[in-house]
Design a protein around this ligand. Structure first.
Ligand code: ADE
Length: 246
């Protein structure tokens, strides 16, 4: 899968795809990330990429011409891939959106900056707008990194264990329960005995219960939307009863 990232600040993105799992994914040709400097597509002497808003109002607006020129130079006209603008006004990025994006062989990300981008970019170039959450960052570079990371780890072969992504927090609709590694006792705190028991069935049941418990405590909104069995519901009812009697 290939990402084309369009930005005024390519240096921010240098390096993040050069470490750890994403680096290996790129070396294995599972992932390709190209960062394009929007400023390189300006045609004026001073390489201006932003300007004052018509009719006043605060802040600067990213000009349409350099953004159109950059995206069309790389992806053609019309662009041959989804073109996503990163903006706090977009639909909120979730694991479901990551799964949707990973189906595309190529995705373009435009990093917004300043007060925003000229509306004609939204209307005539962009095919989707994504926000990584209800807070405002100084630009779309960090959101672009978050999206590439979340999507890349869903590509087959990127994670060492092919089942890992399927069990992640959010992938199942629930948060994952706790994890432990050696030693079995650290400062007097023991790992739950069931994890040392070698009883695979009991371990699976414990993991499911802990995922349900954690989600119920921390993100009850996810419980409402999760795909739950009768046994899951019975366990949740038990949790609720126990909480009431406390
Ligand atoms: N640009 C600024 N804030 C953002 C956000 N929350 N998501 C995506 N792009 C942004």
């Amino acid at each position: 899968m290939r990402f084309d990232i369009f930005t005024l600040f390519p240096e921010i993105l240098a390096g993040v795809f050069d470490e750890s799992i994403l680096k290996r994914a790129r070396q294995a040709n599972l992932l390709d990330v190209a960062v394009h400097d929007i400023r390189a597509y300006t045609t004026d002497k001073h390489h201006v990429t932003d300007d004052y808003p018509y009719a006043g109002g605060g802040g600067m607006i990213m000009k349409p011409a350099p953004i159109f020129a950059a995206v069309e130079a790389i992806l053609g006209c019309p662009p041959s891939a989804p073109v996503i603008l990163l903006t706090p006004q977009g639909r909120v990025f979730t694991q479901t959106v990551a799964r949707e994006l990973v189906r595309h062989p190529r995705v373009a990300l435009i990093c917004g900056h300043y007060e925003g981008v000229d509306e004609r970019v939204r209307e005539h170039l962009v095919t989707d707008e994504i926000s990584i959450g209800d807070y405002v960052l100084t630009g779309g570079e960090i959101p672009a990194m978050a999206i590439v990371d979340a999507v890349a780890r869903l590509l087959p072969g990127v994670l060492g264990d092919p089942a890992a992504a399927a069990n992640d927090s959010h992938a199942t609709g629930l948060l994952e329960g706790p994890h432990y590694t050696r030693p079995a006792e650290f400062r007097g705190w023991r790992v739950p005995e069931v994890l040392l028991s070698g009883n695979h069935g009991e371990v699976l049941k414990w993991r499911r219960h802990e995922a349900l418990r954690r989600t119920w405590l921390r993100r009850p909104d996810l419980i409402a939307a999760a795909d739950l069995s009768e046994a899951d519901r019975a366990f949740l009812a038990e949790l609720a009863r126990a909480a009431e009697t406390q």
